[in-house]
Design a protein around this ligand. Structure first.
Ligand SMILES: [Zn+2]
Length: 174
């Protein structure tokens, strides 16, 4: 793997924007958003390659966009409702604090495999079948699986097989 050094300010903008427990999303709110379905929006530059990839795999009948761009208020509502319904021990590893979610950038998407009872916080996205085909090709379309197993101490987030982050295509060869 090639190491690439970026200016410190690069972590706050562009396709490589970094948002985590230590680094809040500082805005501005992504304005160029498009709808993937009635409830899910994504930054246009991420939505277009995502649509191409999903189309190549058979379309949105098998894969479901569960959650994309979130406003600060929406993140707050998701966090609070999960706290109420699921408790702190479940919520903290899976739901970022308001202001600290990658979803606020418009470049993160949670995907589920179509089926009954799809969970909003932890949708089913197994390492087999159509989901694994998506995963294998994702980097060609500028997406990475963001929160992998065994990396919890680095990312601060539990293993989330359903969460993909658009990092742009130039990064795929690094
Ligand atoms: Zn997510």
């Amino acid at each position: 793997m090639t190491e690439r050094r970026l200016e410190r300010s690069a972590v706050h903008r562009g396709d490589l924007i970094l948002v985590n427990a230590q680094l809040p999303f500082a805005g501005p709110e992504e304005q160029d958003r498009v709808r993937l379905d009635a409830n899910v929006m994504l930054a246009r530059r991420a939505a277009e390659p995502l649509r191409r990839l999903v189309r190549a795999l058979g379309g949105w009948s098998v894969l479901v966009p569960v959650s994309g761009w979130r406003s600060q208020r929406e993140q707050q509502e998701i966090y609070e409702s999960s706290l109420r319904q699921n408790g702190r021990a479940f919520t903290e590893p899976f739901v970022a604090l308001p202001g600290h979610s990658e979803h606020q950038t418009g470049l993160a998407i949670d995907l589920g495999q179509a089926g009954p009872d799809l969970d909003f916080i932890c949708p089913d996205f197994p390492y087999c079948g159509i989901c694994q085909k998506f995963r294998r090709r994702a980097a060609d379309y500028g997406f990475v699986e963001r929160y992998r197993a065994g990396k919890e101490s680095v990312t601060g987030i539990a293993h989330e097989p359903w969460h993909f982050r658009y990092v742009g295509r130039p990064m795929r060869r690094l």
